[in-house]
Design a protein around this ligand. Sequence first.
Ligand code: IPD
Ligand code: CA
Ligand code: CA
Length: 263
Amino acid sequence: MDIFKLDRDAKNMLKEAGNRIRTSFSSELSIESKADANDLVTNIDKEIEQFFIRQINAAYPSHLILGEEGFGNQLEHLEGIVWMLDPIDGTMNFIHQKRNFAISLGIYKDGEGILGYIYDVVLDELYSAHKGHGAFLNDERIPFLEETSIQEAIIGMNASWVVPNDHIENDGLIQLVRDVRGIRSYGSAALELAYVATGRIDAYMSMRLSPWDVAGGMVIASEVGAVATNLRGESLKMLGTDTFFVARGGLHQQILTNYIKLK
Ligand code: IPD
Ligand code: CA
Ligand code: CA
């Protein structure tokens, strides 16, 4: 397999999908809810996933596709080449703001990430990585992350975990909020991973993410030395949902040890 060609093909698909999403801004969206009233999907999420599936099937018929909207394959294992796609990560932002969302794509071989992409289509910023060859923001190499202290760190986190909840002891998170420099919440796991990789924030955590939310970002983050696990510090399940935690080296272990206690 020519991985450089695969990389070029994936980037071309992302750029074309980005054009389609930008064009959609001038037409009316059809919006539906999925698991609950705030879990939204639009006709564009579905159309973009179907666009990728047509392109991938035509160019790489033996590859499998795990897509959020369910038009791809139903996977029971990760053998072979699997494209993990979230056509729009941050759908609520897409609907309400027309910004702060991204296409998230990871290409995995036998369960290991080999190519990763996060495309902020509004800013035309493509974050990408080829395992072992570094990470890029458009054509600029993203520098390796230096260590930082808790006191100087900005953490990506949803405010709902700081109030009492069923997933995590909130006392630890209250202390974390007190100890760090700042807290941010952008509403797109993929973009938050891209922001960790580029040093705009220093860590990001979530109580429940799916493989397509993080598959691309994990390849990018790992190329610049960030560490990604679940909130128990274990490697992530790439089939099914899991908690998620990514941070600069050093900070990752410190936060897990001193502030995180899952219920
Ligand atoms: C969601 C976003 C959000 C995260 C949710 C995800 P979607 O993805 O990444 O930031 O908190 O858990 O499901 O539904 O917009 O693709
Ligand atoms: Ca998502
Ligand atoms: Ca989505």
